[in-house]
Design a protein around this ligand. Structure first.
Ligand SMILES: [Zn+2]
Length: 104
């Protein structure tokens, strides 16, 4: 399986998790959240391990104190502010970013 196929599987899995949690029944959302949260946290931790920081906080992969991965993760995990984190507009943008959804 090549990288593109693996990427498609990952994106499909993430989209199914998102749809299950945001659009499914309360029971389905709880089941998906409970079954997927640990896996998603582990996946995120693996990504961070691929960008190790030195003693000065510089990323060994990005070669900068402003690690691109950490910056993007921080943006995604920004505090919930003006409205629900999972608005329809955000879902559409998220799905489109992964080549999924109607606008892809
Ligand atoms: Zn980095």
């Amino acid at each position: 399986m090549n990288g593109i196929a693996v990427d498609e599987l990952i994106c499909e899995h993430l989209a199914l998790v998102l749809i299950g949690v945001t659009d499914g029944s309360d029971e389905l959302a709880l089941t998906v959240a409970r079954s997927e949260t640990n896996r998603l946290v582990e996946a995120l931790a693996l990504c961070l391990n691929g960008h190790p920081l030195d003693g000065l906080g510089r990323c060994g992969t990005c070669g900068s104190a402003d690690c691109l991965l950490r910056r993007d993760i921080r943006l995604v995990l920004r505090p919930v502010g003006d409205g629900p984190r999972t608005s329809v507009e955000e879902d559409v943008l998220w799905l489109a970013a992964y080549g999924l959804g109607d606008d892809a």
